[in-house]
Design a protein around this ligand. Structure first.
Ligand code: SF4
Ligand code: SF4
Length: 426
């Protein structure tokens, strides 16, 4: 029997068998190093996702590629490393086209779950909005390259009965996509096709005909059960103020390129709104139909992304008139559903809508143009691409309690963490 050695992770002494994988060892001691590509049974780890970056003996390396040895010193929970892992995850969201409300894997997706766990409320990188394809040509599965994070799990793990590879990578760099060997794919059994969907940490591989969207919110794999830590996503600090000590604040709200769903959600608090009116005075807002600012506001709530010149002006005015700006909902956070047009040239969008759509008589369509109409931008922008945003509340829409609790926390300078079970991209 091999004698155990001692290593340290964040200063904590741990005994382990030399040669064991660092991620496995850490997890066995309740230190959950995140990963989207690690499989314990793979002796040669994939090392593709880089979400597990840590510092080993003074070098920043992916933890899944390290085997433990005597005296190994691992740093994991440092601000710099945490920010690095956060940035890697943010890049995945910015690089793909992830529309969780329309994804069959939502609620069961490892990428989404890590987003919740690591509290990714927005991304620091501009979304690429590349026009990626969905491969509908295979018999058993559909591969949506918009959601692929190139982890190589499917390439390594999915095989036919006689061991033939089904998926592979083609192209290079940002053009890398998963290619399907159609002949071999057609030979996958039901169980193998389902395994392909399961090993994919995102919604990039979906089994044809597999019932999806059948489980309600709350019953999905990751709705309530984070892989690590307590049920709360982030530590809750003690609140500094109680409601009866709160001084009255002024709030403005606006819907830009959104559906007003977030505003409807804000109203979905019934009698709670009456309590809020005692401590919040609304200024410019569709909630009271005040159309112009009459005073400077403590906080502005923004729903919707930025799709035209009017949205740009209104958002800049909110930035000037409000001390703090909060984006609520996916559209304000990164563009959301209106941003689906970002992969299509604006001209094509307009022609399809006004000239070629089925409700337009042939030859009768006109693309509206008038100096009074706001000018459409080349794409839909996230609010933080136009002005500085102070806080983000994700969800489509976030529920009323989350919005008002967060707004109150921000207004009265309390901690504004969101419970894991309340954190939603869909
Ligand atoms: S559920 Fe996962 S794969 Fe699907 S869009 Fe959301 S993050 Fe992407
Ligand atoms: S399709 Fe899924 S499993 Fe395959 S590389 Fe992409 S994200 Fe990974």
């Amino acid at each position: 029997m091999t004698e155990e050695v001692t290593l340290t992770i964040d200063g904590r002494e741990i005994r382990a068998t030399p040669g064991d994988n660092l991620v496995k060892v850490a997890r066995a001691h309740d230190i959950n190093i995140p990963s989207l590509c690690y499989f314990e049974h793979l002796d040669q780890p994939l090392g593709t996702c880089r979400v597990c970056m840590c510092n080993v003996d003074g070098r920043i390396v992916p933890a899944c590629m390290q085997r433990v040895h005597a005296g190994m010193e691992v740093a994991f929970e440092t601000p710099k490393l945490s920010d690095m892992r956060h940035a890697v995850l943010e890049m995945m969201f910015a690089e793909g086209n992830h529309v969780c409300p329309a994804c069959p894997k939502s609620g069961d997706c490892d990428l989404q779950r890590l987003g919740y766990e690591m509290e990714v409320r927005t991304v620091r990188f501009p979304h690429l909005f590349k026009d990626r394809y969905i491969d509908l040509n295979a018999k058993r599965t559909v591969v949506d390259t918009n959601r692929c994070v190139k982890c190589a799990r499917c390439v390594e793990e999915v095989r036919t009965d006689d061991g033939k590879q089904v998926y592979s990578f083609c192209n290079r760099g940002n053009e890398t996509v998963v290619a399907i060997d159609y002949e071999q794919e057609a030979r996958l059994t039901d169980a193998q096709a389902r395994k392909a969907m399961r090993v994919c940490p995102t919604g990039a591989i979906i089994v044809r005909g597999e019932p999806s969207w059948t489980r309600p919110f709350g019953d999905r794999r990751y709705d309530l059960h984070p892989i690590r830590g307590p049920e709360t996503l982030v530590r809750r600090k003690k609140t500094k103020a109680t409601p009866n000590k709160r001084d009255k604040k002024t709030v403005a709200t606006i819907s830009l390129a959104g559906c007003y769903g977030c505003h409807m959600s804000m109203l979905d608090t019934d009698l709670g709104l009456i309590d809020r009116v005692d401590i919040i005075e609304f200024n410019k807002s569709p909630l009271n139909d005040i159309k112009e600012f009459t005073k400077r506001c403590d906080l502005g709530i923004i729903e919707g992304g930025v799709c035209n010149s009017d949205n740009v002006e209104v958002l800049k005015e909110f930035r000037r008139q409000c001390d703090v700006l909060v984006c609520i909902g996916e559209c304000a956070v990164w563009g959301g559903v209106p941003a689906l047009r970002n992969t299509i040239p604006l001209r094509e969008c307009l022609e399809e809508t006004y000239l070629h759509c089925e409700s337009v008589e042939p030859g009768q369509g006109v693309v509206p143009f008038d100096d009074d109409l706001p000018k459409l931008l080349d794409r839909v922008y996230a609010c933080n691409e136009i002005v500085k945003i102070d806080h983000y509340i994700p969800g489509c829409p976030p529920n009323a309690d989350i919005i008002w609790k967060s707004v109150a926390n921000i207004l009265w300078d309390e901690d504004n963490s969101i419970l894991y079970s309340d954190f939603k991209y869909d």
